[in-house]
Design a protein around this ligand. Structure first.
Ligand SMILES: CC(=O)N[C@H]1[C@@H](OP(=O)(O)OP(=O)(O)OC[C@H]2O[C@@H](n3ccc(=O)[nH]c3=O)[C@H](O)[C@@H]2O)O[C@H](CO)[C@@H](O)[C@@H]1O
Ligand SMILES: C=C(OP(=O)(O)O)C(=O)O
Length: 418
């Protein structure tokens, strides 16, 4: 299993390009299942989750070409099976996103309950409730979801919790349903909006994406389309947090500052000078130590839970005491114990972490427990004194494109050990 060897004491400086967003590319690849016409995508990040999705689609008979480049054409004219097997689905949360499209297009789906980051129970009851409201018969048995509907019907669906993939799954299912579907208390994440944009380019009729009410008028079929995946706001934020922790100056290009409002406010509160342009963000700490910040995670446009671990790492080195409250996932503080191994002072009280910043952290062997926890450990190790080995980085490879190359480009001393 690969590890990262990191020599600490870095001051991250320079320019780095943001990749396309994992959490937009994955649902959009699944959206290709809705159409028997080709979908060409650009800015697709080279990630393990993307490779897994290609495997999943290909075993359904879908053509994906050329693989391994940032532009790809997905052609789902043939769908030879409606089964998403456990071996492929177990590693990746987003694989649940084949459920809606398969039921809509094939009238049938058998999808293993999904894996992904172990940051909470992560049930899919709202996805299933929505499909049932649209007329599907659902049964969960032996770790699989079985769904059947000769033709989905438009429905009014009220989510009692904001769910990103739940909103995406039902939006996709509704695209080919009979009549109108209204999704209330829908997720407003930029990745939901990007999916809606792509579906619209494919001929879907969707209004309200980016608000809490999304209205979809079902259409009979879709047409060939082309779409560019939006920039990864979490990858962008990770590099910016890394700059703040290491007292450096980093410009992330090919990104969009409008996607990161809540994160940029916190970086400013931490004492960073933040400059933005149409497609770049620059954080400059001018060699100063960050101030601790208080963060509460919320659905978009609130502070993203996917940036929580990186800000905990930032607080570990900041001046003063910062409080971090995780309100989305019940088990998303696993990085705290690993940061403590590096000398951090963190007190956990239920959903809250109280962090008293230290002047420095010390390198240590640490274990990456989930994707963003891994990212937090990597940036903490870059800022720490001495050497760290970050183990179990397969999580990191699920969601960060060429992370060691990008961080090395910014002056980080980081090597992958095979
Ligand atoms: C592939 C992808 O896009 N992953 C993102 C997506 O995950 P994901 O879509 O899995 O997260 P959700 O938005 O669904 O989860 C939010 C909360 O709702 C709960 N819930 C969700 C569905 C459901 O049927 N029942 C239920 O109770 C979850 O347990 C969680 O407490 O949004 C999360 C929240 O921004 C991000 O951290 C993930 O990076
Ligand atoms: C939690 C995440 O991923 P997933 O939903 O794929 O587990 C993430 O991207 O931070």
């Amino acid at each position: 299993m690969d590890k990262l060897l990191i020599e600490g004491g870095a001051c991250l400086k320079g320019e780095v390009r943001a990749s396309g967003a994992k959490n937009a590319a994955l649902p959009i690849l699944c959206a290709a299942l809705l159409s028997d016409e080709p979908l060409t995508l650009h800015n697709v990040p080279a990630l393990q989750d993307i490779k897994t999705t290609y495997k999943l689609l290909k075993q359904m008979g879908v053509e994906v070409s050329p693989e391994g480049t940032n532009s790809v054409t997905v052609n789902a004219r043939p769908i030879t099976t409606h089964i998403a097997p456990y071996e492929l689905v177990k590693t990746m949360r987003a694989s649940i996103l084949v459920l809606g499209p398969l039921v809509a297009r094939r009238g049938e789906a058998q999808v293993s309950l999904p894996g992904g980051c172990a940051i909470g129970a992560r049930p899919v009851n709202l996805h299933l409730m929505g499909l049932e409201a649209m007329g599907a018969e659902i049964r969960v048995e032996g770790g699989f979801i079985y769904a059947k509907a000769s033709k989905l019907k438009g429905a009014r669906i009220m989510f009692d919790t904001v769910t990103v993939t739940g909103t995406e799954n039902l939006m996709m299912a509704a695209v080919l349903a009979d009549g109108e579907t209204v999704l209330e208390n829908a997720a407003r994440e930029p990745e939901v909006v990007d999916l809606a944009r792509c579906l619209t380019a494919m001929g879907a009729r969707i209004k309200g994406a980016g608000t809490t009410t999304i209205v979809i008028q079902g259409v009979k079929d879709l047409k060939p389309a082309e779409h560019t995946i939006l920039p990864d706001r979490i990858e962008t934020g990770t590099f910016l947090a890394g700059a703040a922790m290491t007292r450096g100056q980093v410009r992330v290009t090919h990104t969009d500052p409008n996607l990161l409002d809540a994160v940029l406010v916190k970086l400013q509160q931490a004492g960073a000078y933040v400059r933005t342009g149409e497609d770049f963000i620059e954080v400059d700490m001018q060699g100063r130590r960050a101030r601790a910040v208080t963060v509460i995670t919320h659905p978009h446009p609130g502070f993203p839970t996917d940036m929580q671990a990186q800000f905990m790492a930032l607080n570990c080195l900041a001046e003063g005491t910062g409080v971090i409250t995780e309100s989305i996932f019940e088990n998303r503080f696993q990085h705290a114990a690993e940061l403590q191994r590096m000398g951090a002072s963190i007190k956990l009280e239920g959903h809250t972490a109280i962090i008293t910043g230290k002047e420095s952290l010390t390198g240590a062997p640490v274990m990456a427990t989930d994707l963003r926890a891994s990212a937090a450990l990597v940036v903490a190790a870059l800022a720490a004194q001495g050497q760290s080995v970050v183990d179990r980085i397969y999580h990191l490879d699920r969601g960060y494109e060429h992370i060691e190359d990008k961080l090395a480009q910014l002056g980080g001393r980081i090597t992958r050990i095979k």
